[in-house]
Write a protein that binds this ligand. Structure first.
Ligand SMILES: [Zn+2]
Length: 240
């Protein structure tokens, strides 16, 4: 065999090994996409897929040089965890006198119906600056603006997050529907864009049909269709 053949074969092998994993079409199982899979995750208390975690560490190190201490307050969540969050809010809101429909409307201002959270994917994180300058609830939009404890962090993220592959999901855009503005929720685009493409092929009505969820009778076809359009797809257009 001519030497040139070996050379080019070797070149192709090395080249393929250098391609980031996100550029190779990956198969994500339906279970993984609805929080019922068992993906390999990295970072204690974070839970990102390998490539996303490596990008996160690079971003964290760069921010650290500017005196910003990026802290993940929420990363991966499985279906059961999301169900517990949803049902705890459902109980709290209905116990306070809201109708089931209004309770669900209120839940989906910030929280998802289980099976539909981007936190199921291992690509999305809620982040703050662990600077000791805050108290109480941290995931409050005002804290990221004006004189808020996370305004310096937000300015840094606005300038640099994209270069590390992270994009804000629920932007402050008056034309965007669905979840409220979340200046803390970032997604690792190289993976989550592929996952969204696969996710939207899933029949969510079918997924929820077998679940014993509180208020399930109000999650009818019309609700799910609107939720799909406004909430699941009501994201930063750079992510789809
Ligand atoms: Zn989030």
């Amino acid at each position: 065999m001519p030497a040139s053949f070996h050379k080019s074969t070797l070149f192709i092998i090395v080249f393929v090994m250098m391609i980031p994993i996100s550029l190779i079409a990956q198969n994500f199982s339906g279970d993984e996409l609805i929080g019922k899979g068992n993906p390999e995750l990295f970072g204690e208390g974070i839970g990102l897929r390998k490539e996303a975690y490596e990008a996160f560490l690079k971003m964290k190190a760069a921010a650290k040089k500017e005196g910003i201490n990026i802290k993940v307050v929420s990363g991966y969540r499985n279906f059961d965890r999301q169900k517990a969050i949803y049902e705890s809010k459902y109980r709290r809101f209905t116990n306070s006198g809201l109708s089931p429909e209004k309770s669900i409307r209120k839940i989906i201002e910030y929280s998802t119906i289980p099976g539909t959270s981007r936190h199921h994917w291992g690509t999305d994180i809620d982040v703050i600056d662990d600077n000791g300058k805050y108290s109480g609830d941290v995931l409050i939009a005002d804290k990221f603006h004006g004189n808020g404890p996370f305004c310096k962090f937000k300015e840094w993220m606005d300038l640099h997050a994209n270069s590390f592959g992270f994009y804000l999901v629920y932007t402050d855009n008056a034309n965007r529907k669905g979840f409220e503005y979340e200046p803390w929720h970032y997604s690792y685009r190289a993976l989550s864009k592929q996952m969204l493409t696969e996710y939207i092929k899933i029949d969510i009505k079918k997924v929820l049909f077998d679940e014993q969820l509180l208020g399930k009778e109000y999650l009818d076809d019309e609700f799910i269709n609107t939720y799909h359009r406004d909430h699941i797809l009501g994201i930063n257009p750079e992510l789809y």
